[in-house]
Every structure is written in structure tokens, then in C-alpha cells.
Ligand binder design. Structure first.
Ligand code: PEP
Length: 266
């Protein structure tokens, strides 16, 4: 059966308002609408508001890269999930750059996930082990701890809406940038789905969408999208290049088309 694919571009702390607007314009020209492909753009907080007035909502949805879990108060410099409610569909939570550079611990990630859900914003929860944890054989323990804590304040129904991105830190281009083997990605994704099944049952495990992220570009994305447990990709560096990002969406397009043809032939 053909799957729905979710492609998310994380622009990180790049692009001012006019650069972001230009990239959006170029992507708009290149990317076609497909009912089984959802494309999400995560610009910087500053650019969300202007981009929200320019974006063609049939083609793109917006995501925030971060937010604070309290709804309002004396928290200088922060923006809350409740303030983002009308602007974004998704929010990235638990990205390794936030965990490592900004020391966001398991409990902060848990509170952000709960706050996003409470404010009707879908969390894109990032989990993944560092290179050191991988070499120490701790990958499963790390994923287990990150997942169980992050989701601990949600009900099984709420978990069905969550998106989880498996992003091994060693595979992210701004860390070690090692290209992960599809087999390793599949075993990580399977482990995550199994965790959800054990904690919240098979229905939740089937519904939850799992993405892969780590140096994905237009040349290699298909090898991940073809994996049974992979529902899409979270893309960092390559999302800033419209050829590459549109190429990634094209790959997803060709894959769902091929799967649709297989379904029709059966
Ligand atoms: C990311 O930072 O989430 C990411 C996947 O980055 P990159 O694609 O550049 O490795």
C-alpha cells in the first residue's frame, strides 16, 4: 500500500526574511502538489510570521524550530507554543543541537512535547544517540530513555499524532555527518516503533509517523524512504538548497507513484 510521506526542511539559524521569501518562491515553482506527500518548512522564529502570509498552504505547512513550554510569563526572550498556535502546524522538539548546545534535558523535552500537544501543535520529536553512545553500545538505552520521558505526559490517542524523527547525532551534517546505512536506520526505526507498541499499544505504534534525519540529500533520500518503517525525512543542510530540497520531494513523488502503480497492478 502506498504510504504518505512527510518531508521537513529545517532551515536552522539561516536566512533572513527576504532570503527565506526567495527560497519559498523557488520551492513553490519547483514543487508539485501530491496528496500523499506533505512538505513542511521550518524557518527561524523571526521569519515565521512573514512567511505565513506568503506560503501556499496547499503545498507547504510551517513548523517552528523551538518554543517554550510555559504559555506566558516573565521568561525574557522566549516564545510560547500558545503564541505559535495560529502560525504553525508542527514544532521541532528535542533536536540534538538544542540538547547539546542549549542543554535541554529529558524533562524539558517532555514538557515541551506536552505543551505543544496542549496547544494543538504537532510535535516533531527528535531522538538519537551520539557517536560516543553508539560506540559504547548504548543506542537502544538512549532511544528508550528519550522516548519514554518525552511522551510520558501524553495519552495513547495523543501519541498517534506525534511525529518522531530518528536522528543519530553522528549522522547530522553539522556534527560528524557520517552517512547512515539504511539497515542501521531501519533497525533504529523498528526499535522506536516497538517502544511505542510496548508503552501505548499497537494502534498507537502503527499510527505514529517516523522520520529519518541525518545528512539526507536528493541522491540518497530514496534509500531511506523505501524502508518499511520510514514515513519521511527531516532535512537540515540540503533544505537550504532549492535544487536539492525539490529533488528530495521529487524522489518522494516518484516513490509514491511507483507504489501506487504496484497497488493498481495487484
Ligand atoms: C538536522 O539537523 O536535523 C539534520 C538532519 O541536518 P542535516 O540534514 O544537515 O544532517
Amino acid at each position: 500500500m502506498s504510504k504518505r510521506i512527510l518531508i521537513v526542511g529545517n532551515w536552522k539559524m539561516h536566512l533572513n526574511a527576504s532570503q527565506a521569501s526567495l527560497l519559498l518562491h523557488r520551492l513553490h515553482e519547483r514543487i508539485k502538489i501530491h496528496r500523499n506527500i506533505e512538505v513542511v518548512l521550518a524557518p527561524s522564529m523571526l521569519v515565521l510570521q512573514p512567511l505565513s502570509t506568503q506560503v501556499d498552504r496547499r503545498k507547504f505547512r510551517l513548523a517552528a524550530q523551538n518554543a517554550y513550554y510555559k504559555d506566558e510569563g516573565a521568561f525574557t526572550g522566549e516564545v510560547s507554543f500558545s503564541m505559535l498556535q495560529d502560525l504553525v502546524h508542527y514544532v521541532i522538539i528535542g533536536h540534538s543541537e538544542r540538547r547539546l548546545h542549549f542543554h535541554e534535558d529529558l524533562e524539558v523535552v517532555r514538557d515541551k512535547v506536552a505543551s505543544a500537544v496542549r496547544n494543538s501543535i504537532t510535535p516533531l520529536l527528535c531522538v538519537g544517540e551520539t557517536g560516543q553512545e553508539r560506540h559504547a553500545g548504548e543506542t537502544k538505552q538512549v532511544l528508550h530513555d528519550q522516548i519514554t520521558t518525552a511522551l510520558s505526559n501524553l495519552t495513547a490517542d495523543e501519541i498517534e499524532e506525534v511525529v518522531i524523527a530518528y536522528e543519530p547525532v553522528w549522522a547530522i551534517s553539522t556534527f560528524e555527518g557520517e552517512i547512515a546505512k539504511p539497515d542501521d536506520v531501519e533497525s533504529g526505526l523498528k526499535f522506536i516503533r516497538k517502544q511505542i507498541a510496548e508503552l501505548y499499544g499497537n494502534k498507537a505504534a502503527k499510527a505514529v509517523r517516523l522520520l529519518y534525519g541525518g545528512s539526507v540529500d536528493d541522491q540518497i533520500v530514496r534509500s531511506y524512504l523505501e524502508l518499511e518503517d520510514c514515513d519521511g525525512a527531516l532535512v537540515g543542510g540540503a533544505s537550504l538548497n532549492y535544487h536539492k530540497f525539490a529533488g528530495i520531494v521529487d524522489s518522494a513523488y516518484r516513490l509514491v507513484q511507483a507504489q501506487g502503480e504496484d497497488d493498481a497492478g495487484q
